[in-house]
Design a binder for this molecule. Structure first.
Ligand SMILES: [Zn+2]
Length: 450
């Protein structure tokens, strides 16, 4: 059904950051057809279904550029031992939890956070998945969960040598298979919601032959890599010990960095490493809440941005709501630097400009603006501005008001997925019930593996 959304204040997120009153948005199929005065559009698109925004704020759906849906099943999970550093957090929590997952666990651990994402206005996600005992078909399971909600996704399997070469091969094949599947699906239907890329864990768990194979497959399929880079000091120490070279140098030389690649974190990139990321055209996903949670440090996003690197922002599994990471990240930098002026423009650019740029660059899907020709990923927020709202004041409103305001309506690919704060076709209580059963089984396996 084509839509004509009116009685809204529109934040376009175009170059001028326009805030428009008295205008409507016409949505035809998956895309925005026109933005203009309501009476004019009503005449032109008289057959479109009218959606009365009741004075709400309309803006492009938000994007999360680094997520791990499976991390949901860590919630409330008691560890048998208390980790004292990042290496132990990885080994005792994440690399044991991912081994405990089966395909049901993959599906349910994605479904509830996907629902929560659209409830918070997140319409597209770049996920990084691991389930070494259930590799084949795992990306289809995440796709199935996102499809049930109606959410857009760019998925990959986290290839690693940490579970041996058989699981490594399965991971490489899962990425290749999924990328091909999405390519074929998009040949049939250009509006297909999903795409894939080559997921890699981190340099220190990836042998040279694995990097070579990943780069070869990604190159053949014209995709980039999504890899954790220097999230902790462990990555550099272990990479040097095992492979005799630093992380950035290694990934740069081996073609893992590139214009279609995402380097997540980048906390311990030195000047040369930053130059190598910049030179390769790779993009960076900053995940401040996760970095604080693991106590691994603060990425110098300002130095990265200064080099012209497209730095976006993700949640790394901490929350499906990117707004929470944006505000806490913004505060983290100010607090850490003792500088109340730090990060204002940087965070605006990371969320509103760079996240859509990353998504567009990796998938070719035109998301992130309220403008004719862009995909209709649109949210309506219950936000009555207490002070003047315009292009210059928008970011202040976002950080201190819109971030807390309830999202009423979420539209993805021109389809209404949430209306009146209800995700359509979803029985959340029943899903939570089923998820808890699967999670309990996963936790039993987790404790057996611990
Ligand atoms: Zn991550």
């Amino acid at each position: 059904m084509d839509l004509l959304i009116h009685n809204v204040t529109i934040f376009t997120n175009d170059e001028q950051n326009q805030v428009l009153g008295g205008q409507a948005v016409a949505v035809e199929g998956p895309a925005i057809r026109a933005v203009g005065p309501h009476p004019q559009l009503r005449d032109r698109y008289s057959q479109f279904e009218e959606i009365d925004g009741e004075g709400r704020l309309l803006l492009p759906g938000l994007i999360n550029t680094h997520m791990h849906f499976y991390g949901t099943y860590a919630r409330g999970l008691a560890l048998p031992r208390q980790p004292k550093d990042f290496g132990e957090i990885l080994a005792w929590l994440w690399w044991t939890l991912d081994r405990a997952l089966d395909l049901d666990g993959v599906y349910y651990s994605a479904l509830l956070p996907a629902i929560l994402a659209v409830k918070h206005g997140v319409t597209a996600v770049i996920d990084h998945h691991a389930s070494p005992n259930a590799v084949e078909g795992s990306l289809d399971k995440i796709e199935e969960a996102l499809t049930q909600v109606g959410m857009r996704g760019l998925l990959c399997y986290e290839v690693s040598d940490r579970d041996g070469k058989v699981v490594r091969d399965a991971g490489l094949e899962e990425n290749a298979r999924y990328i091909r599947k999405c390519r074929e699906a998009r040949n049939r239907d250009p509006n297909y919601l999903f795409d894939g890329m080559m997921g890699l864990h981190a340099s220190f768990t990836l042998d040279d032959d694995t990097l070579a194979q990943a780069a070869e497959i990604a190159g053949e399929l014209e995709r980039g890599h999504h890899i954790h880079v220097l999230e902790g000091t462990l990555d550099e120490q272990e990479t040097r010990r095992k492979y005799g070279v630093g992380v950035a140098q290694r990934l740069y030389e081996r073609g893992i960095f590139g214009p279609k690649s995402i380097a997540a974190h980048g906390i311990y990139l030195d000047q040369q490493g930053m130059d190598q990321v910049a030179d390769s055209g790779a993009m960076v996903a900053h995940n401040p809440q996760s970095n604080m949670n693991n106590a691994v440090g603060r990425a110098d996003v300002f130095a990265l941005l200064q080099r012209g690197i497209t730095v976006g922002i993700g949640t790394d599994g901490m929350t499906p709501d990117i707004k929470v990471d944006v505000r806490s990240g913004y505060l983290m930098h100010k607090h850490d630097l003792g500088d109340p002026n730090a990060g204002w423009m940087a965070f605006q650019n990371m969320l509103l400009k760079n996240n859509p740029t990353i998504y567009r660059q990796l998938t070719g899907q035109k998301v992130g603006r309220i403008e004719s020709g862009y995909l209709a990923d649109i949210i309506l927020v219950d936000y009555a501005p207490p002070t003047p709202l315009n292009g210059e004041t928008f970011w202040g409103h976002f950080l201190y008001g819109i971030a807390d305001a309830p999202v009423d309506t979420t539209i993805i690919n021109g389809k209404i997925v949430m209306r009146n704060k209800k995700v359509l076709g979803i029985d959340e209580a029943a899903i939570a019930h089923a998820s808890q059963t699967v999670a309990a089984e996963t936790w039993t396996r987790f404790h057996e593996l611990s």
